[in-house]
Design a protein around this ligand. Structure first.
Ligand SMILES: [Mg+2]
Length: 309
């Protein structure tokens, strides 16, 4: 992966020299003043900003204050570019949240090394972030990732007007573990997770492991599409995977029960309430004999529970 840097300097010569030093290793964006820098940083989300201290109108110190005050740019590391030999200025910059300095005139080796150090820590941070969001057994996104995504639905699914939240539970999983042992239990859990994931990805959805043998999914749709019809085939899909389950009162193979709630997708979508509704339906599906999907469509306040498959 190639990382993107934003270089901010009011002098064209400095922009040119720094770009030449760094352009072989990174995507380089440039800005000639503070206002431009703030706009580009917000929109393009560079991995690192090299920021000149002395600029007319808006100084580098003012720019970093703005960057740190904006949630969408506050975590982008900033290296100050300075010709100043004053340790007071360096102190001020570091106190404002800069991670390092490079000084003019530029020394190629030093600029490259300082930028690389910061990009290495950006890379490590991203890796840790990814690991923190993955369930080790199934390799699915975990509950933490669910929480992050569920707070950000309109931007993740920005081309859709409806969102469904589903909860899936493997039927009689305790009986499976009792009969086959926990090692086999883990194996089948992992395998069912992969089948569910593939099925949902094909429909444009995302699956998460919620805990134990329980999964949650998000499924975006548009009103004219038949996505919601296709999700009805989820339980058949798992049954056809034919993982033997000798002790299941429902079937000879592993099956799942699903509760699903659909609503309009807006910034106000009450995702927690939808999850509770899906959970109630899952409970109902289990009471009804399992191996089934129950669905409620509450797209408008006027329409209540519409269809039960
Ligand atoms: Mg300057």
């Amino acid at each position: 992966m190639t990382f993107t840097l934003l270089i901010v300097d009011d002098e064209t010569d400095n922009l040119r020299v720094l770009s030449n030093i760094l352009k072989d290793d990174y995507n380089v964006l440039i800005a000639k003043n503070g206002h431009q820098a703030l706009q580009i940083a917000d929109k393009q989300q560079p991995s690192l900003i090299l920021l000149d201290v002395i600029m007319p109108q808006m100084s580098g110190f003012q720019v970093i204050k703005e960057l740190k005050g904006n949630p969408s740019t506050q975590d982008i590391p900033v290296i100050f570019i300075t010709g100043l030999e004053s340790s007071d200025d360096e102190t001020q910059g570091l106190n404002l949240g800069a991670v390092d300095y490079v000084s003019k005139p530029f020394h190629h080796g030093i600029v490259k090394a300082r930028v690389k150090n910061q990009i290495d820590s950006v890379r490590q941070k991203q890796l840790l972030e990814q690991l923190a969001n993955i369930d080790v057994l199934t390799e699915l996104p975990n509950r933490r990732k669910w929480k992050l995504d569920s707070e950000n639905l309109p931007s993740i699914f920005n081309n859709y007007d409806q969102i469904s939240v589903g909860i899936i539970d493997i039927d009689h999983f305790k009986k499976y573990n009792d009969h086959y042992g926990h090692a086999m239990g883990d194996k089948v859990l992992s395998s069912v997770a992969q089948s569910l994931n593939q099925f949902l990805i094909n429909l444009g959805g995302r699956l998460y492991r919620f805990g134990g043998e329980e999964f949650i999914f998000l499924l975006p749709s548009i009103q004219a599409s038949n996505t919601l019809d296709k999700i009805g085939q989820l339980t058949d899909h798992i049954e056809k995977s034919e993982h033997p389950h000798a002790n299941s009162p429902v079937s000879k193979v592993v099956t799942v029960s699903v509760g699903l709630c659909t609503q309009e997708l807006t910034t106000e979508t009450p995702i927690k309430r939808m999850l509770e509704q899906a959970d109630e339906l899952l409970y109902q599906a289990k009471k009804n004999g399992r191996n089934q999907l129950l669905q409620v469509d509450t797209l408008t306040d006027r329409r209540k529970a519409k269809s039960v498959i």
